[in-house]
Design a protein around this ligand. Sequence first.
Ligand code: NOJ
Ligand code: CA
Length: 554
Amino acid sequence: MEEIGYQIYPQSFKDTNQDGIGDLKGIIEKLDYLYDLGITLLWICPVYQSPFDDNGYDISDYRSIHPRYGSMADMDKLLRETKRRNMKVIMDLVINHTSDEHFWFQEALKDPEGPYRDYYIFKEANHGKAPTNWRSVFGGSVWEKVDDNFFYFHSFSKRQPDLNWENPKMRHDIYEMIEFWLQKGIAGFRVDAINFIKKDQRFLDGLSDGNDGLVSCFDYCRNQKGIELFYQELSEIFKKYDCLTVCETVGVDYSLASNLIGESGCFSMMFDFNYTNIDIENEDYFRKRDWTIKEYRDALFLSQNEIQKIGWSAPFLENHDQPRSFNKLIHNSQAGNQAKKMLAVLFMLLRGTPFIYQGQELGMENFKRTTIEDFDDINAHSQYKRAIEEGFTEEEALSFLNERSRDNARTCFCWDNSRYGGFSDHEPWIKMTKEYPEINAKTQIDDPDSVYWFYKKLVHLRNNQFHQLLVEGLFEANEFDNENVISYRRVLNEASLCVICNFSASIQKIPYIDHDQVIINNYEELQICDEQLCLQGYQAVVLFKFKSYNSLQE
Ligand code: NOJ
Ligand code: CA
């Protein structure tokens, strides 16, 4: 709860053996950088054995490290080195599916009568066709043909067969694997796509919602009734080790959140995506939404208020599946650092454990690519194909990817302004389209006015000066008649911090808010005119009041 989280995408963090791929030794080398920033908890994306169909989220051996990242000895060293710095490590737990190269799946294919067949979901063909018309998350049917009679099920890529959670033996093996890692001394897990583990057992067709004749699988294999029994079993294991878990649960209705978090929930905290995918419908990049600042504010505040009633959340601006926040949320390329700092203030003071995604603290931005071949991510290719199927031109399809593709966040971390950003001496595994004179760690550490230093200040507030207030304080929305400003308070006992963010490029006025001290300001001053606060474009301030007030009208 008290932690400050930082997400590492290992492939793109730091390469130490000059093969163009980040590695565990690279993370170890940069621990002091993270420690200096004030990070106390690391989430490390998958480093297990994998054929990398979905960049490691397709695991072929849960208990070993892929050689591209190093060895188990490196992992052990990373755990020792983090411990020495009082930092915790959580790993990705991907248990909705495995890779098709996993031993269990290979056995299941080889021997339809054998014990591993039922570790996955095999179904008989429906008059030679797929058993249902459900569309997988990465496009195409959820069913892949094995022979004339059988198909197997995959929510994501066809190389990620879903595990059959109805099978207690499979669940037992997964629980043993979880214990293996907890016994190693990791602090817990970020739990991948966990609300997919139960499927609608009726396996019925749905009404098609696209030109491919298929229907999104979400209504049939996400948040299904009965999933709470699997959550309860999992939580018994987690409790034994008192570990920290964050669930990735896209598309969860708050009425179901008590299965996930709080007293009766399975996980310590949740990543809530209800405010994250504000710019698109149903997770399709080509279904763009015209969202307003007010809508965004309402979604964010609903999340804070609803989760506050139940348990704990993990607010985030970015992750490896999202575009960079500056490009997604600020539609003004001139806005620059002030807007990046404004987003930082908005998120870092919310109730919950904040997670920073690597490079966010430098204000890293999306990449523009000019051809589909330059995209690495499996989902980029599928979204491109689907956009064209839905009648968009190639140019339009490409522009959706440039805005939304997961590759935007997966480019290499820039440590300095040298070739390949100091990430490696070798050409990186993912295309870098330009060098970064300003958006790199070294330049920003040397500049006290940088986005990096601003993040550091905010982290420091939470770790030190306002630790108790920011960890324990309640969230309260500020209401006033200005739809361009997002403002809230964190309140504990007699004290409160008031966050005010001007989400627009123009000057915005709001009623004066009484305060004892300006704690954070991304401008030199806070102007007061006509007894109102007069906020500059993208200005963000944090005001401290020792004796709290209940309403702004007071
Ligand atoms: C969510 C992960 O964050 C994403 O990267 C991955 O593709 C899917 N789950 C499938 O594991
Ligand atoms: Ca390497």
